[in-house]
Write a protein that binds this ligand. Structure first.
Ligand code: KG4
Length: 343
């Protein structure tokens, strides 16, 4: 079965052709990073317009790269939530038109379920159930992946996402946007114990996280040093910050894994590319005897292949959309797509 899959929830337009869930025939991506770099963050209205410009030629490119024609497409999948609403709607409307025009089913996909599915592409042997730590620019969640389309939210950030924190701190340091990659490179060889940064505890919710205190503390540390004319040791600072983020994520993931008892832990999303978090997860899983699944680096960030992969499983589960499909800025991962057509 061949799916044409569309992703447009933030600042990457992506269209992929995926066969039978795990075979990626093509994965075309148009990044808008250069445009948003000027502003130090994603400007939602600009993102929507850029998606609109990119999506048609990108779909043609995805078909060409895959060596297929429109007639070979069996279904069209798209991210319908969560994300920047204007951006999501571009992909949803493109996918609705494409499915209608081709006379094939439309498959709505939750963006974070897509990130999780990047692990199925990377690890052909991976099957649910497993625990997944989902960390990206807009989401930070612990998810019980009971089955391909059955998920239970175990914990989440109460405020900022982990990736957003990396981005804001990097912006104030002036080291680039998006900031996670540059912060990661800067942290190599740095001393993670040099700067004291806070760790959070959410009362009564051991699997919930909080990053806003850490972000504020890191920004204050930078501003204070500047006001006093002191030079920060940037590698040490970046390493201390990465350690603080990892301390929010890894122990909670391990606690959740212990509770679930699956013995399988995955990580997903743009921040899953972080070398400190990957190393700390490896150590913690080895200690517990859990098997760890990490997506390959090229599939950590937003891409169409992951939507095609998850779309295949949503299709098999009968989770289809129609022309009334809407986009949503927020949508709980455990819920199926709101579907008036599914009586
Ligand atoms: O998954 P993604 O591409 O978009 C969302 O769905 O949000 O994630 C983007 C986020 C950005 O915040 C970016 O700074 C972060 O992932 N990121 C990283 C790294 N590479 C990307 N954060 C930490 N370390 C990295 N190596």
């Amino acid at each position: 079965m061949i799916l044409l899959a569309v992703e447009s929830s933030c600042d990457e337009t992506a269209v992929a052709v995926v066969e039978d869930g795990r075979k990626v025939r093509s994965d075309a991506i148009a990044s808008q990073v250069d445009m948003h770099t000027i502003y130090g963050g994603v400007v939602p209205e600009i993102a929507s317009r850029k998606h609109l410009e990119a999506i048609y030629p990108l779909a043609d490119q995805a078909l060409r790269d895959a060596g297929v024609t429109r007639r070979d497409i069996d279904a069209v999948a798209c991210t319908y939530a969560p994300g920047l609403i204007g951006a999501v709607l571009v992909g949803v409307n493109f996918a609705k038109s494409a499915a209608y025009g081709l006379g094939v089913p439309l498959v709505p996909v939750h963006h974070v379920r897509g990130h999780i599915a990047a692990n199925y592409i990377t690890h052909p042997d991976l099957e649910p159930p497993f625990l997944c730590l989902c960390v990206s620019g807009g989401n930070t969640l612990l998810v019980d992946v009971q089955d391909y389309t059955k998920m239970r939210l175990l914990g989440a950030t109460r405020d900022d996402a982990a990736g957003e924190c990396f981005d804001k701190v990097a912006r104030v340091l002036g080291i680039g946007y998006p900031g996670g990659g540059p912060m990661d490179r800067l942290s190599q060889g740095g001393d993670p114990n040099r700067y004291r940064l806070p760790r959070s505890k959410v009362g009564g919710a051991p699997l919930d996280m909080s990053f806003s205190g850490l972000k504020t503390a890191a920004l204050n540390l930078i501003h204070n040093a500047r006001q006093k004319g002191e030079e920060l040791n940037l590698p040490d600072f970046a390493a201390s910050f990465a350690a603080a983020v990892a301390d929010e994520l890894v122990p909670r993931a391990m606690l959740a894994s212990e509770e679930l008892g699956y013995g399988k832990v995955a990580c997903a999303g743009g921040v899953a590319a972080n070398s400190t978090i990957r190393a700390r997860l490896e150590e913690a899983c080895a200690r517990r005897g859990d098997r760890l699944y990490l997506p390959k680096l090229s599939l950590c960030g937003d891409n169409g292949a992951m939507i095609g992969c998850q779309g295949y499983y949503e299709f098999l589960a009968g989770n289809l959309g129609d022309s009334s499909l809407n986009g949503y800025a927020n949508r709980e991962i455990g819920l199926d797509c709101p579907a008036p057509w599914r009586k």
